[in-house]
Design a protein around this ligand. Structure first.
Ligand code: SF4
Length: 409
C-alpha cells in the first residue's frame, strides 16, 4: 500500500496474543500508524475471535488483551486519531453476527480456503465447531457494523473479505428493496419467454447463493439477448440478478498489504510459535544476548572463512535495519572474511535497541498509569458502541425487527 487512502473509515483487528514482537511492528503496526493519519480508523482487539480456536483455554485472554493494548499505545497508535476498542465490549458485534447468520448460505463458509487448511494445521484441537466455521461471519459483522470503506488484508485473507462483501450485497438485496419490488420483477420476467425466465431464476440463485461467477456472466448475456425487454425491465432484472438493493451495509474494499515476512532470529518468519522473536519491550540485555547468539551462515565455521550473507539470518536484519554504507561494510566484510560475525551483529543490535527505546519508554509510563490506559480504552469502547448502535438501528429497521413494545406483543 504505497499510497495510503485518505478520508476513509478503516477497520482492522488483531487477536490478543500478548506482548507483540518486531514482526508485528513492521507487518501491521507501522501500517496502522500511516493509516491513522487522515482516516477514521477503528482498531480492535479481536478477543472473541481468539475463542474460535482457543476456547478450551481462555484464561490468558484478558492479560494478553492488556499487553497488546499497551504495545499499540507504546508504538504510537493514537487514541486521539483512531478508535481503539475491545471486541467483546461491543455486544452489537454478536447481534449482527446472529442476524447475518440467518441469511448466510452454509457453502459460503464451508468453501473459505482457510477453513479446511486451519483445521488440518491445528489438528490437535477439535475445530468441528460452529464458532470456527462461523469465524468469517463474525469477522463480517466486525467490519459491516462500522460500515468500513477499507480493510487492510493480506492475500490470504481476501477470501474472508469476499464473504463479507457477498454478505453485504445479500443483506442489501434482501432488505433494501422497494416494497413492490417483487411484483415489478415478476412483471419484467413475464415479458420473457417462460424457459428463459426460469433459466434466469436458476442463474440468479447460483450467483447469489453459491457465488458462481459463470452463472452471473451467463445471466447478463441472457438478459442482453432478450429482445422483448425494454431498458427499464433490463436494468431492474440486472439489479435482481446481481443482488443489488439500497445500500444499507456498504461493501468494504480490500486495502491489500504486501505479505510481511519479517525474519525471526533463526531465519524463519518471526513467530511466537517458532520461539524466534524479539518482543517490542524486551529487556535490552536480553536483546543483545539473543542477537549475539543468532545463527549465522553455517558454512562460516572459522573467523577466517569467507561467508555468504544471503545464507545468513543476520543479513536479513541488515537489510531491514542498516543504511547502505553499513550494508556494504557487512557484505564486503563477510565475503572477504574481513570482519567476524560478532562485529557484523553489532550495528544490528544497536539499531534494534534504538527502535525499541522510545517504545519501551512510553510503555513504562503507561504501566505506571494503568487507570489512564483503562480510560483510553473505555473511551474507544464508547465511541465504537455508538457507531455500532447506529448501524444496528438501521439493520433492525430494515429487517422489520422492533422492540416488543413497538410490536405490541
Ligand atoms: S559476517 Fe555477518 S552476514 Fe556474514 S555470516 Fe557472519 S553474521 Fe552473517
Amino acid at each position: 500500500m504505497d499510497n495510503p487512502p485518505q478520508n476513509q473509515r478503516i477497520l482492522s483487528g488483531m487477536r490478543p496474543t500478548g506482548r507483540l514482537h518486531l514482526g508485528h511492528l513492521h507487518g501491521v503496526l507501522k501500517n496502522w500508524q500511516r493509516l491513522q493519519q487522515g482516516n477514521d480508523c477503528f482498531f480492535f482487539v479481536a478477543d472473541w475471535h481468539a475463542l474460535t480456536t482457543s476456547y478450551e483455554d481462555p484464561a490468558g485472554i484478558p492479560e494478553a488483551t492488556w499487553e497488546m493494548l499497551l504495545d499499540w499505545l507504546a508504538v504510537g497508535i493514537d487514541p486521539e486519531r483512531a478508535t481503539l476498542f475491545v471486541q467483546s465490549a461491543i455486544k452489537g458485534h454478536a447481534e449482527l453476527h446472529l442476524l447475518l447468520a440467518m441469511i448466510t448460505p452454509l457453502p459460503w463458509l464451508e468453501r473459505v480456503p482457510t477453513f479446511k487448511e486451519q483445521q488440518e494445521q491445528l489438528g490437535d484441537r477439535n475445530l468441528a465447531t460452529y464458532g470456527f466455521l462461523g469465524y468469517p461471519l463474525l469477522q463480517s459483522a466486525d467490519i459491516l457494523i462500522y460500515k468500513a470503506d477499507g480493510v487492510p488484508v493480506g492475500e490470504d485473507q481476501l477470501s474472508h473479505l469476499d464473504v463479507t462483501r457477498q454478505l453485504a450485497r445479500r443483506f442489501n438485496w434482501l432488505y433494501g428493496r422497494e416494497p413492490d419490488h417483487g411484483e415489478r420483477v415478476a412483471e419484467s420476467l413475464g415479458r420473457m419467454a417462460k424457459k428463459a425466465a426460469s433459466r434466469f431464476k436458476g442463474l440468479r440463485s447460483a450467483w447469489q447463493e453459491e457465488g458462481d461467477e459463470a452463472a452471473l456472466a451467463e445471466g447478463k448475456a441472457l438478459l442482453a439477448e432478450q429482445a422483448s425487454l425494454g431498458p427499464e425491465d433490463r436494468e431492474r432484472l440486472l439489479g435482481e440478478l446481481e443482488g443489488r438493493g439500497i445500500e444499507i451495509l456498504p461493501e468494504p474494499e480490500p486495502l491489500l498489504t504486501p505479505e510481511s515476512r519479517f525474519p525471526g532470529l533463526d531465519g524463519r518468519k518471526m513467530s511466537k510459535s517458532y520461539g524466534n522473536t524479539v518482543s517490542l519491550r524486551e529487556d535490552p540485555e536480553q536483546v543483545r544476548e539473543r542477537i549475539r547468539t543468532m545463527p549465522t551462515d553455517p558454512a562460516r565455521v572459522r573467523r577466517s572463512d569467507p561467508g555468504t550473507p544471503e545464507k545468513c539470518p543476520v543479513w536479513d536484519f541488515h537489510r531491514i535495519y542498516s543504511d547502505e554504507a553499513t550494508r556494504a561494510w557487512a557484505y564486503e566484510g563477510c565475503t572477504t572474511a574481513g570482519i567476524g560475525c560478532v562485529d557484523c551483529k553489532g550495528p544490528v543490535i544497536e539499531s534494534v535497541l534504538a527502535e525499541q527505546a522510545p517504545i519501551r519508554e512510553r510503555a513504562a509510563e503507561l504501566e505506571q498509569n494503568p487507570a489512564r490506559v483503562r480510560e483510553l480504552v473505555a473511551e474507544g469502547n464508547r465511541r465504537a458502541a455508538e457507531v455500532a448502535e447506529e448501524t444496528l438501528t438501521e439493520v433492525r429497521g430494515a429487517m422489520g425487527l422492533g422492540s416488543p413494545e413497538a410490536g405490541g406483543g
